[in-house]
Design a protein around this ligand. Structure first.
Ligand code: AR6
Length: 267
């Protein structure tokens, strides 16, 4: 991991928080000037004024994206990891990389214990990887999904895999990216956590993930890759029984968001 090479200035969460507050105050003053903000009103929400730890995390992310376009593309991944580390417990991800494999290919061909489906809240199928999984698994998958009563964003549910070469499908519902202001980062991390927990609870040993939310749901790919790697590594760190995790990138270029850490392979 090349965190040491990052161009992101090393500063605390409090430091980033102050920068964002200052930017918001300036914006408020400018809006007041334009008569868009009533005298005495503030753009700071009560939560921001209270500065909860959870909210600081999301402010850190926004600071990162504000800086995104001012620095070179080569530093993007490191900045992302540093920004994420500000909101997560720091740990050595290198320790867990032997359990994580990044490959390109079609996830429906995965022959391990389980694949994860990037589904929607209905769990009744859709486009993208969801459509590919339903087509490859066959109609019985839809019949089982109809009995599940849907699934909330950030949560996961498991079915049989029917015609697929794996044993189980874990359906998870990623967040739709809406400016990063609706807990998208936390919800995406929750997809990985709940899917891994289901696999562990059911005695599974190998699991493959697609790049959840990065297609139709438009989650920024660098940020999503960063969240995926950190969440999976943190899960492995926190659980004694280890799962072998494969991340399947359908598009060759998506590998670039991970290849700082893992060598390329193919299905
Ligand atoms: N194998 C591996 N990855 C794939 C495959 C495949 N066969 N097909 C696509 N991908 P998306 P989302 C990648 O849009 O953004 C559906 O309609 C794709 O390149 O499938 O979470 C659901 O029903 C991208 O990197 O999922 C929901 O309504 C990743 O899978 C909605 O889309 C996710 O792209 C979910 O949107």
């Amino acid at each position: 991991m090349k965190q040491g090479n990052s161009l992101l200035p090393i500063c605390s969460a409090e430091c980033l928080y102050s920068v964002v507050l200052e930017a918001k105050l300036l914006l408020c003053l400018s809006l007041k000037k334009e008569n868009h903000c009533e005298a005495g009103a503030s753009l700071l929400s009560p939560t921001e004024a209270g500065a909860s730890a959870e909210h600081n995390k999301s402010l850190n992310w926004r600071s990162y994206w504000m800086m995104k376009y001012r620095e070179s593309a080569s530093a993007e991944h490191n900045r992302c990891l540093n920004a994420f580390a500000l909101g997560m417990k720091a740990f050595d991800m290198e320790t867990y990389k032997d359990y994580i494999n990044i490959i390109t290919g079609d996830i429906t061909r995965f022959k391990g214990d389980a694949i994860v489906n990037a589904a929607n809240t209905s769990l009744l199928g859709g486009g993208g990887v969801d459509g590919a999984i339903h087509r490859a698994a066959g109609r019985k998958l839809l019949q089982e999904c109809e009995t599940l009563g849907g699934c909330e964003t950030g949560q996961s549910k498991m079915t049989d895999a029917y015609n697929l070469p794996c044993k189980k499908i874990i359906h998870t519902v990623g967040p739709v990216w809406r400016s990063g202001k609706h807990h998208e980062e936390r919800l995406l991390a929750s997809c990985y956590e709940t899917a891994l927990q289901l696999a562990l609870d059911n005695g599974l040993e190998t699991i493959a993930f697609p790049c959840i939310s990065t297609g139709v749901y438009r989650f920024p790919k660098a940020e999503a890759a960063c969240i995926a790697l950190h969440t999976i590594s943190a899960f492995l760190r926190d659980h004694e029984r280890k799962l072998k995790v494969t991340i399947v990138c359908y598009i060759e270029e998506d590998m670039e968001y991970y290849t700082d850490f893992f060598k390329k392979e193919s299905l």
